[in-house]
Design a protein around this ligand. Structure first.
Ligand SMILES: NC(=O)C1=CN([C@@H]2O[C@H](COP(=O)(O)OP(=O)(O)OC[C@H]3O[C@@H](n4cnc5c(N)ncnc54)[C@H](OP(=O)(O)O)[C@@H]3O)[C@@H](O)[C@H]2O)C=CC1
Ligand SMILES: O=C(CO)COP(=O)(O)O
Length: 339
């Protein structure tokens, strides 16, 4: 199915999390003809969205179709929903799922678009979800090279949906896909989630590198060797190697390392310009997952004994006061080995 005609299997869908990504996904689903309710934790912001017919705080200018409504009451948002899509940052995922748990009907299917490890446990989103909600329910993760701004603007986009249930992945892909949106399915939830978490760390590194005036050679070396690190960690956690050659691996890594729409890349650029993490975060005013992911990835990699030298140097710049030139020196001085 790939047309602008409304989806034939119209669903009632609840989107939890009214940041830029939750809003863009809600828009895409509503454009496909589904009945979509969007809930955010900030009641004032939800009221403003309902009044304005757009999310001026996080995705200004993307007008809500008639099928998309912003709702204040969580239970009302979930009522009748066949699918729940959670789009909150990784540090809020467990709390959000815990809040949803007593309200979930038995047959409702749940997916999320969160990218990152849970810092306190080193767990991936699907592990957090299984811990909170059990593993009997169809669950899926949405990932890939998908800037909210561009999805909001209706620009052609492709993503990956990985699920523990093939039918759910297919149903979600059908629900989202249209002329300007194409979703591929996968069964590799680990690989898709590792890709989404690690690319944010590398994008901060790419931003620092470009901000300091290192050239294209440096950027591409970081992307290519970064992909090797991401794959190594993923495989150690049980992912399939091929996943990292796809949209949720290489695709998202190249996107965020090379385009200034990426908040993680912008964080790196601002750090290179002399800002502290807090100052850069103040300026960006949106979630920058890579800052916490740098810590989480380091802890998980250390525990598993996985070598991730570039991610480790990004961690050292962020948390140990190491300068970028020292970090480059440490990377260049490593023992030579076959590629
Ligand atoms: N934006 C993008 O292009 C894409 C983002 N993603 C991923 O989507 C996830 C959400 O990010 P995104 O929408 O971009 O972020 P934004 O910064 O645009 O919005 C963050 C949203 O999350 C809410 N929020 C913040 N902290 C918590 C918390 N502790 N618990 C519950 N909700 C919280 C915010 O609410 P409030 O306004 O009240 O603070 C806001 O609605 C991230 O994991 C991100 O990596 C994935 C693909 C693309
Ligand atoms: O995940 C994203 C695009 O796929 C968004 O990237 P940033 O979080 O770096 O903006």
């Amino acid at each position: 199915m790939n047309s602008n005609a409304p989806a034939t299997d119209v669903q009632s869908i609840a989107v939890i999390g009214a940041g830029s990504w939750g809003t863009a996904l809600a828009l895409q689903l509503a454009r496909r003809g589904h009945e979509v309710r969007l809930w955010g934790r900030d009641q004032q912001q939800v009221a403003a969205m309902a009044a304005d017919g757009e999310n001026r705080r996080y995705l200004p200018g993307a007008k809500f179709p008639a099928k998309l409504s912003a709702v204040k009451d969580l239970q009302h948002c979930l009522d009748d929903a066949a699918i729940i899509l959670v789009a909150v940052p990784s540090h809020g995922l467990r709390e959000t799922l815990t809040q949803l748990k007593p309200r979930l009907r038995d047959n409702v299917r749940l997916c999320w678009a969160t990218k990152g490890f849970e810092l306190s446990t080193g767990k991936l989103p699907h592990q957090v979800a299984a811990e909170v909600l059990g593993d009997q329910r169809p669950m899926a993760v949405l990932s890939g090279p998908t800037f909210a701004r561009e999805v909001g603007d209706g620009l052609p986009t492709a993503m990956t949906i990985a699920a523990n249930d093939e039918q759910f992945a297919t149903d979600l892909a059908n629900a989202l896909s249209g002329d300007n949106f194409r979703a591929y399915t996968s069964s590799d939830m680990i690989g898709v989630e590792v890709g989404g978490a690690v690319k944010n760390v590398l994008a901060i590194g790419a931003g620092i590198s470009d901000g300091l005036g290192f050239g294209a050679n440096t950027r591409i070396a970081m992307i290519t060797r970064g992909l090797v690190e991401m794959t190594r960690l993923g495989v150690a956690l049980g992912a399939q190697t091929e996943t990292f050659m796809g949209l949720a691996g290489m695709g998202d890594l190249v996107l965020t390392c090379t385009d200034n729409l990426s908040r993680n890349r912008r964080m790196g650029l601002l750090l290179a310009d002399g800002r502290s993490i807090d100052e850069a975060q103040q300026e960006i005013q949106q979630v920058v997952e890579g800052v916490l992911a740098a810590k989480a990835v380091k802890e998980v990699a250390d525990k598993l004994g996985v070598e991730m030298p570039i991610c480790q140097q990004v961690y050292r710049i962020l948390y140990e006061g190491v300068s970028a030139s020292e970090a480059v020196g440490a990377l260049m001085g490593r023992r030579l080995k076959p590629e």
